[in-house]
Design a protein around this ligand. Structure first.
Ligand code: AVI
Length: 323
């Protein structure tokens, strides 16, 4: 890999303020050993649409399984959350699951969907508002892993977090604890409903992240397409192969982009050489046992309550009260 030219930092600061987080993290991630990139950068408009497509794939069981649990257990879940709750959804995406919750809740006081993909979020929130005109819906565009200012909680309402989809699995366990602690501060003593994917047969996990139609591969490569468009990166996404496998000792799916040829990425005045087989690590998706997750929640200051699963125990939804 080449040394950065002396002007690299100032060039990065001046020209790419709008995307500065992505620009900085992309360059730092390519310079790191091993090379890595945070999964939050998957979710531009194209990446969010690809993720919606993944959720509907036959191999990707988490979404439909979680929806099945929400449908089957909505009364119990609503009883845990209680009446008059203002729901804050972290990483709301297409805001589909919240409909099941809003239908079951007793007089919800409001809904705040937070998502990094603004265009996608605003379209989804507007459609939701048309269907639920009596519930104040206040979308917040932002990175929910960073400090964020939320609209006020109506007087007498209880703020409750909703974090479905096992997105917590995309955090390193220590970061998951940090996120849950930080979320607790925003929830002011309410609680949290959270979806967690469970440890299972590696073959089923492998299929879920290596779908036959190649949508997950396109989702993974899209981060390179995004770097071409937003950062002017010179690179060839089609020369990187999607590679996803279950790392059993660490209980996580790892996603990588593997260079298929000798090639160079040029971005913001920096050059990064790849030989065949070199990887860029783009995502971890941790799987938990129910007991391990409850322990993690306890160490983040929550008091784990009810847990709902599908009959195969593929996926779990947890009610976490505050300690
Ligand atoms: C958003 N997140 C929970 C998904 C997962 O399963 O880890 C992202 C994903 N990556 C590949 N397929 C889906």
């Amino acid at each position: 890999m080449d040394r950065p030219p002396a002007y690299a930092t100032s060039r990065l600061t001046r020209s790419h303020t709008a995307h500065s987080g992505f620009a900085r993290d992309f360059v730092e991630g390519l310079a790191a050993h091993p090379r890595r990139l945070a999964p939050k950068y998957f979710y531009d408009t194209a990446g969010s649409a690809l993720f919606d497509h993944i959720c509907a794939l036959p191999e990707y069981y988490p979404t439909r399984t979680e929806i099945g649990i929400l449908r089957a257990c909505s009364e119990d879940i609503a009883a845990c959350i209680g009446p008059g709750a203002q729901i804050v959804e972290f990483g709301a995406g297409s805001v589909l699951k919240i409909r099941l919750l809003l239908d079951a809740l007793h007089s919800p006081a409001g809904f705040i969907p937070i998502d990094i993909s603004g265009e996608h979020l605003h379209a989804a929130a507007a459609a939701l508002q048309r269907d639920y005109p009596a519930i104040p819906i206040e979308p917040v565009v932002g990175d929910f892993t960073a400090p964020i200012t939320l609209p006020a909680c109506p007087a007498g309402a209880r703020r409750v977090g909703f974090f479905p989809g096992s997105s917590l699995g995309n955090f390193e366990p220590d970061d998951a604890i940090r996120f849950l602690r930080h979320a607790a501060e925003n929830l002011h003593g309410g609680g949290m409903l959270i979806g967690i994917d469970l440890v299972k047969d590696p073959a089923r996990l492998h299929a879920a992240y290596n779908d036959a139609a190649g949508v997950t591969a396109a989702f993974n490569r899209n981060v390179l397409v995004r770097a071409q468009r937003e950062l002017g990166a010179e690179l060839a996404p089609e020369r990187f192969a999607h590679y996803a496998f279950y790392n059993a000792p660490l209980r996580r799916i790892e996603m990588h982009l593997v260079s298929e040829t000798s090639q160079r990425i040029v971005v913001l005045g920096r050059r990064f050489d790849f030989t065949p087989g070199d990887t860029l690590h783009t995502e971890n998706s941790y799987k938990y046992t129910i007991d391990d997750f409850r322990e993690l929640a306890r160490s983040a200051g929550y008091s784990p309550g009810a847990c709902w699963c599908d009959p195969d125990r593929s996926f779990s939804l947890h009610w976490l009260a505050m300690q």
